[in-house]
Design a protein around this ligand. Structure first.
Ligand code: TXA
Ligand code: MG
Length: 344
């Protein structure tokens, strides 16, 4: 199959909408990461997503809508007051809510679960695509399973060339990390995956929040997670990643020691660091993670892909405090490192 990469024009959107209606896949930009979309109401189309990504069949997809009136047909009961408050405050935006599913949603989308994840994205091209398709669109991140999520159309092409007919190129994504996934089926909102909508913000809207305790640790042997995505080693670069956490000077010193020891062993190490600290690693090889936690959200997946392109076989990364958007950053970094974290 030939993969076309096109700029977003009204012709391109009409072509993309027709592809979705005919059961094909289209990759498209959102404000978080690029998605790989299919008609959410067509089980055969949805199965193609799993094939193109090499995604395990038990990991459910998010259904994307472009108008609030598309929600009711997807869910079994009315949104609770808590869910309504979150929708009013954070949609359209980088937030996904888990509801009891209706009969209309194929089991292929929810991987057999009786709940469905729904997101109303803010990105105009994502919404225009859903409008053009005239159907809700099921879309995971548009990477091959296990690879860092794509934040540019180039990343999508690297992973999906020859596997899908069309990529809509909307430039680099704003947030750079996937949406916050919140289970709203209980009494208080439970964060299953942290993202751009922070726990602090959710608590302010709902008067309380729980962060699922599997967010910042590996799953235990045989543990059944509330979100199947927690099971899989995500976002992994090819090199082995270690996070070094602690007071800034101690972190720099330890990373430099680890780097020098890797060179001694004949390895090809790489440092991932915040901008203000980069000079302290010279003349060693280091990539920028941006100025702060929000910058790191934006830069992280790109840096992990660059690390692969540079052929790094061991990586050492600085950490950021796990509050605000820093929780999402540390969740992704932690998973990429298989939670290999050194405290100094
Ligand atoms: O920002 C995003 O959310 C992007 C863009 C494309 O919208 N999408 C995305 O999809 O990150 P994906 O498939 O890479 O991640 C979906 C996550 C997985 O961790 C999955 O396990 C979880 O959402 N999920 C989906 N449906 C669920 C459900 N019914 N219950 C619990 N977790 C669910
Ligand atoms: Mg993903």
């Amino acid at each position: 199959m030939q993969t076309q990469l096109v700029n977003i024009t009204s012709e391109a959107l009409a072509q993309a909408g027709a592809l979705i209606r005919s059961g094909e896949l289209v990759a498209f930009p959102t404000e978080t990461v690029y998605g790989l979309g299919a008609n959410a109401l067509d089980a055969a189309a949805v199965k193609r997503i799993f094939e193109a990504k090499g995604r395990p069949g038990d990991n459910p997809l998010i259904v994307h809508i472009s108008h609030l009136d598309q929600l009711a047909p997807l869910i079994a009961v009315k949104p609770s007051p808590m869910a309504r408050a979150l929708m009013d405050a954070c949609w359209p935006g980088p937030m996904t809510l888990i509801f009891p599913k209706s009969e209309a949603v194929p089991m292929a989308v929810t991987a057999g679960l009786d709940t469905v994840a729904v997101r109303f994205p803010a990105h105009p091209a994502a919404r225009a695509l859903i409008d053009a398709a005239r159907r809700p669109i099921a879309a995971p991140s548009a990477n091959r399973s296990g690879r860092p999520s794509p934040t540019t159309a180039q990343h999508v092409l690297e992973d999906m060339d020859g596997r899908i007919p069309l990529i809509l190129d909307g430039g680099a994504c704003d947030v750079g990390l996937e949406s916050t996934v919140i289970d709203v089926t209980g009494d208080i909102p439970r964060i299953l995956r942290p993202g751009g909508v922070t726990p602090e913000r959710i608590a302010a809207i709902c008067g309380g929040v729980r962060v699922d305790d599997a967010v910042m640790r590996p799953l235990r042997e045989g543990e059944k997670p509330r979100s199947p995505g927690m099971k899989y080693r995500h976002y992994a670069p090819r090199g082995q990643l270690t996070i070094v956490q602690g007071e800034s000077d101690a972190v720099t010193q330890r990373i430099n020691e680890l780097y020098d020891a890797a060179i001694e062993r004949g390895q090809s190490p790489l440092i991932l660091a915040l901008d203000p600290h980069l000079p302290a690693y010279a003349p060693r090889r280091a990539l920028s993670l941006g100025p702060d936690a929000a910058g790191m959200a934006h830069a992280l997946f790109n840096a992990l892909r660059d690390a692969d392109a540079l052929g790094a076989d061991v990586l050492f990364s600085e950490a950021v405090p796990a509050d605000g958007v820093g929780l999402a950053v540390m969740n992704r970094l932690g998973r990429a490192a298989a939670f290999h974290i050194i405290e100094v």
